[in-house]
Write a protein that binds this ligand. Structure first.
Ligand code: BG6
Length: 477
């Protein structure tokens, strides 16, 4: 099996809204994540026609308000990452810590200072920061007053925000990503586009307009980063769900191909190749639309063409199955539902575990774009039990080991793989359900779904296992 390169970026990944807490500290404004109730009903509440971003603390808990209080613990948390041997740490910046409402002219100095300390702490351990500019946490004000990303005004606000980050941090931070899981909006426009039914999330024209605005904003960020630091690396970031036809029926195979073009590839095709793909008209026609229905300015096309991303970051948790010929059993997945694959097991949350699918994903992406790929999220959300003698998360070790095997296979296949940052390297609030009990970490955090507990950190068995994986360059796993 393929050897991991010397400079392989082993690390872990988190997002500001899911761990920082301190949701109104030192000038931070509310973000959309602060208005998301916790619990398994989270997504159905957000998608209900009545939901209007009102925060109702009598009725719901809001786990993102407190996260794991990383805001006050980041030094000890990063020290633990360093103890595991992290070469890099992927984290996001909370837009509303820098621009509390989103449309201000000047950034909040306290917000910048906080991230400066985070970055400096990483650098003091030789941990390379990998920064996501927007990870499911746009300022709530932009979602409420501007209706989210369908509004072209957001391009300018995002450009100002990204520019403030680059001006302050780009000398210290080489690796960036513009939008987390940009394509997730095909299933759920709320998280990455800040749109809900009352602001038009169910209207496909708004979905594609929001995508267009995000593509232009992303390219403007790439442009600025490259101007300020010529060797900076800015990536796109997509959810990748390797997708299989249920059988060899050609009509299922065709549907699989068309579905992949839409969900897996549409966004990265634009961000990597700098233009709308050849199937765009067919795709838009499906929704009775064409590019002419969108507000696109003349310059947009050259901005997209001239400022493509440097690498492809993606999350990979599960694979999906397509069958349009009959009714099949469904199971849950990362922000989507899919048909059950008889060859795969599922996690406790119903996500289908498929390490080989990761090797396929790496091949499909690299073959398509011939640009470096980076697995920036992967992992098993599971309930952990604290025993008298520790937390024995062998199921997590098995999951990660099999996915590392798959990456090693992909390296053998000739893939230019930059690194691996498993998700939620320290337990944090789940994005889809707001639960704490859905844990991904190497480090356990003593908090429950109601936010009760000591918030103490404890190493799980996977902690020393991952430490050994990194120390051996992936050989001992
Ligand atoms: C990805 C997101 O979809 O998956 C993360 O980028 C998220 O924010 C992760 O936490 C795992 O999903 P969940 O719903 O289990 O937290």
């Amino acid at each position: 099996m393929g050897k991991f390169p010397e400079n392989f970026m082993w690390g872990g990944a988190t997002a500001a809204n899911q761990l920082e807490g301190a949701y109104q500290t030192n000038g931070k404004g509310l973000s959309i994540a602060d208005a998301m109730p916790g619990g398994k009903e989270r997504m159905s509440i957000l998608m209900s026609p009545e939901f209007d971003w009102t925060i109702d603390e009598e009725k719901y808990v809001y786990p993102n308000h407190h996260g794991i209080d990383y805001y006050h613990h980041f030094k000890e948390d990063i020290a633990l990452f360093a103890e595991m041997g992290f070469k890099c740490y992927r984290f996001s910046i909370a837009w509303s810590r820098i621009f509390p409402k989103g449309d201000e002219n000047t950034p909040n100095e306290d917000g910048l200072k906080f991230y400066e300390e985070v970055i400096d702490t990483c650098l003091s351990y030789n941990i390379e920061p990998v920064v996501t500019i927007s990870h499911y946490e746009m300022p709530l004000y932009l979602a409420k007053e501007y209706g989210g990303w369908k509004n072209r005004a957001l391009i300018g606000f995002y450009e100002r925000y990204a520019t403030s980050l680059f001006e302050r941090f780009i000398k210290k931070v080489k690796y960036w990503m513009t939008f987390n899981e940009i394509n997730s909006a095909f299933h759920l426009p709320v998280l990455s586009q800040g749109m809900i039914p009352i602001t038009g999330s169910t209207n496909k024209k708004n979905l594609f307009q929001a995508f267009h605005n995000q593509f232009v904003a992303s390219s403007l960020a790439v442009k600025k980063a490259h101007e300020l630091r010529s060797d900076s690396q800015v990536g796109c970031m997509i959810i990748y769900a390797t997708t299989y036809s249920y059988d060899c029926n050609p009509i299922n195979e065709l549907e699989t191909l068309l579905g992949k073009q839409e969900f897996n590839f549409f966004c990265s095709d634009v961000q990597v190749r700098g233009k709308y793909p050849s199937y765009t008209n067919r795709l838009l026609k499906k929704y009775e639309l064409s590019l002419a229905d969108l507000l696109i300015e003349e310059d947009d096309y050259s901005i997209l063409a001239e400022n493509t991303v440097d690498y492809i970051g993606f999350s990979y948790y599960m694979s999906a199955v397509v069958d349009i010929t009959k009714k099949q059993d469904k199971t849950k997945g990362n922000l989507m539902q899919t048909i059950r694959n008889p060859f795969l097991d599922t996690s406790e949350w119903g996500w289908q575990i498929d390490p080989t699918g990761l090797r396929i994903a790496l091949n499909e992406l690299y073959d398509r774009y011939q640009k470096p790929v980076f697995v920036v999220e992967n992992g098993l959300g599971a309930v952990d039990t604290v025993e008298k003698d520790g937390i024995h998360d062998t199921y997590r070790i098995d999951y990660l080991r099999q996915h590392i095997d798959a990456m090693s296979g992909a390296i053998d296949d000739g893939i230019d793989l930059m690194g691996y940052t498993p998700w939620g390297c320290i337990d944090l609030v789940s994005a889809s359900t707001g639960e704490m009990s859905k844990r991904y970490g190497f480090i356990y955090v003593d908090l429950d779904d109601q936010g009760q507990g000591t918030a103490n950190r404890m190493k799980k068995d996977s902690f020393s296992w991952y430490q050994q994986v990194i120390a051996s360059g992936g050989e001992e796993r």
